[in-house]
Design a protein around this ligand. Structure first.
Ligand code: NAD
Ligand code: UDP
Ligand code: UDP
Length: 323
């Protein structure tokens, strides 16, 4: 049993989820090393943490070996939105696969417990609904999303093989769509796009007919799930879905954003991108049973907080500075 403070490595720590996680770990009294190559993450995201005495930033690309002495590792490094992960697809695969090999090699050497930020995308365009962890998925190995989906699937394979072959203590979270403050403003995701468009009174771009569904989890709930999962020994060696099971259509999201911002934006229908899943909703029974976890924030309340964040960002005038 490791006593406090633990030394914890968070790869991708300057990204959207990573900064919230680093914050919570510091609040719990741990020493945190935030490793990031700042591909999609930003110094601005961690600016408020940089003077913290237990916080250290390490500029590094996880596709190269990393030597640090830590008790726990959260592996979050990977661009998460299609616009970012498709810009350099080969680097995306390397980040998932070589990155996983390096952090697993590190965990093996130092005997650290290790957490993988996997994704609902490993289920692809699912044929069963909602998705339980024992569903193997329906992915396209050669499509535009494959660098992400298949990279993450291979990373899971590596985690489970290191677990079976070397006895590593692993946690694998399959994260469903998450949103909140510090999302990348130009990540092309539905929540950030719609809020940005609404705040500027521009047309809201709905891809397809807007009847496709997603479920949106607020970031604070998700990070609580990460911490519970990492602390749960019973979850060693079994993937756990983390997300909000409340399923809504994209059209409903658009209408709610317009309502909450009081925007004069109108709906504008655009072609659906290829491989865009039709339905997605987590079955979180395992998380409920193992972790006693479920989202506490409704997507509408989370949306209001996210709108406030983007509104302040826009008014501060640093909107255009982030790419
Ligand atoms: P993000 O893009 O904001 O954060 C990813 C971070 O990883 C960034 O700070 C980026 O600079 C860093 N990074 C990328 N490649 C790297 C590399 N080679 N070496 C070091 N750092 C690198 O994305 P996020 O939303 O915070 O996602 C974090 C993790 O959670 C990702 O692994 C993502 O796949 C997973 N995830 C996120 C969601 C979501 O809805 N946000 C859903 C499913 C899975
Ligand atoms: N590795 C690392 N940090 C460490 C230990 C290993 O980055 O502290 C990397 C190492 O470069 C190797 C990878 O992790 O490429 C996998 O390590 P492992 O020991 O499993 O494999 P091996 O070194 O035997 O190929
Ligand atoms: N979407 C949309 N308009 C946008 C951005 C996204 O209609 O401006 C749709 C997208 O086609 C998908 C859904 O919203 O069906 C969620 O997209 P996002 O990229 O946020 O997440 P993912 O597809 O990875 O679940």
């Amino acid at each position: 049993m490791v006593s406090l403070p633990k030394h914890i490595l968070v790869t991708g720590g300057a990204g959207f989820l990573g900064t919230h996680l680093c914050e919570r770990l510091l609040d719990q009294g741990h020493e945190v090393i935030c490793l990031d190559n700042f591909y999609t993450g930003s110094r601005r995201n961690i600016h408020h943490l940089e003077s913290h005495p237990r916080f250290e930033v390490m500029r590094h690309d996880v596709t190269f070996p990393v030597y640090v002495e830590v008790d726990e590792i959260f592996n979050l490094a990977c661009p998460a939105s299609p616009v970012h992960y498709q810009r350099h697809p080969v680097q995306t695969v390397k980040t998932s696969v070589h990155g996983a090999i390096n952090v697993l090699g590190l965990a093996k050497r130092v005997g650290a417990k290790i957490f993988q930020a996997s994704t609902s995308e490993i289920y692809g365009d699912p044929e069963v609904h909602p998705q339980q962890e024992d569903y193997w998925g329906n992915t396209n190995p050669i499509g535009l999303r494959s660098c992400y989906d298949e990279g993450k699937r291979c990373a899971e394979t590596l985690f489970f093989d290191y677990h079976r072959q070397y006895g590593l203590d692993i946690r694998v979270a399959r994260i469903f769509n998450t949103f909140g403050p510090r999302m990348h403003p130009h990540d092309g995701r539905v929540v950030s796009n719609f809020i940005l468009q609404a705040l500027r009174n521009e047309p809201i771009t709905i891809y397809g007919d807007g009847e496709q569904t997603r479920s949106f989890c607020y970031v604070d709930d998700l990070v609580e799930g990460f911490l519970r999962l990492m602390a749960c020994d019973e979850a060693n060696g079994q993937p756990v879905n983390l997300g909000n099971p409340v399923e809504i259509t994209i059209r409903e999201m658009a209408e709610t954003v317009i309502e909450q911002t009081g925007s004069s934006s109108e709906l504008s229908f655009k072609p659906l991108p290829s491989d865009d899943p039709v339905r997605r909703r987590p079955d979180i029974t395992r998380a409920q049973n193992l972790l006693d976890w479920q989202p506490q924030t409704t997507w509408e309340d989370g949306l209001a907080k996210t709108i406030s964040y983007f509104d302040a960002m826009l008014k501060d005038g640093w909107w255009g500075m982030v790419e």
